[in-house]
Design a protein around this ligand. Structure first.
Ligand SMILES: O=C(CO)[C@H](O)[C@H](O)COP(=O)(O)O
Length: 253
């Protein structure tokens, strides 16, 4: 009991000013892992971002205490590191093309469970892993929960593109769909952000007062030569868990 209290206290002190947001991420992640990773679950997709860190914590804890035997498939270099650092079993899609359940974060989730992903630049591998998963479960804090895309997330829709084509691709996106497609710049490195796959990211800032058919937009974006993938995840999420500021977890089916 005392030990649990000290662990909780340490977590609160460590979280500092971000306490409530981090706690919201943690409770969503823990609930999702507890509800979706069962003793018979064999292959788990591990998403990317700050919320997934809590999911991996919980998974590692359960592997230790319950002896779960799961193989983890990463969606990014960050996810791979998390798996290794937590002594979980690392797998790949060559050997495990069928994933029982993938757990990932999101930048925004609308009322139809359409997602914006790729704020951390990992959208391509995230979409591949999600597409191989029987169940795709989203974990997020309350700031990601919205009715309509663009209501909460103001950084645009990430679009991964082949570097040599980014100028004409940007021009085409802006001509066909309006808004502005901004080349994402790196932090702590001069020049553009380069993804784990060696590509660039255009963040498409759309007019959020308009209503879009996201399935159609996604397909049309993918038709542009040089667009590798979009951060629009349409009809993919099984369920979303949002950690709320009052300590509850909101579930969206
Ligand atoms: O799509 C992603 C990375 O490409 C992340 O899942 C998304 O950005 C959410 O991250 P966080 O959990 O840090 O809010």
């Amino acid at each position: 009991m005392r030990k649990q209290f000290l662990v909780h206290l340490k977590r609160l002190l460590h979280q500092g000013n971000n306490m409530s947001l981090n706690e919201a991420k943690r409770i969503a992640a823990y609930k999702a892992v507890d509800e979706w990773i069962k003793p018979h679950t064999k292959v788990v997709g591990i998403g990317s971002g700050s919320t997934v860190v809590f999911a991996v914590d919980r998974l590692a804890e359960r592997v230790k205490t319950e002896g779960l035997q799961v193989v983890c498939i990463p969606t990014s270099f960050q996810a791979r590191q998390l798996i290794v650092e937590n002594n979980l079993t690392l797998g790949d899609l060559d050997r495990f093309p069928h994933i029982d359940c993938a757990i990932d974060g999101a930048d925004e989730v609308d009322s139809d469970k359409v997602l914006i992903k790729g704020g951390g630049g990992c959208l391509l591998q995230e979409k591949i892993v999600a597409s191989c998963a029987e169940k795709f479960v989203i974990i997020a804090d309350y700031t990601k929960n919205s009715q309509k895309l663009g209501e909460q997330y103001k950084k645009g829709i990430p679009i991964e593109v082949v570097p040599l084509g980014y100028v004409p691709i940007k021009a085409k996106i802006e001509k066909v769909f309006g808004g502005e497609a901004k080349l994402r710049m790196a932090v702590s490195k001069a020049g553009p952000c380069v993804t784990d796959n060696g590509n660039f990211i255009l963040d498409w800032h759309f007019d959020s007062s308009k209503t879009f058919d996201w399935n159609k937009i996604n397909s049309e974006l993918l038709q542009i030569a040089g667009v590798v993938e979009t951060g629009l995840f349409v009809g993919m999420a099984t369920k979303a868990y949002f950690g709320m500021s009052d300590g509850s977890v909101k579930e969206q089916n």
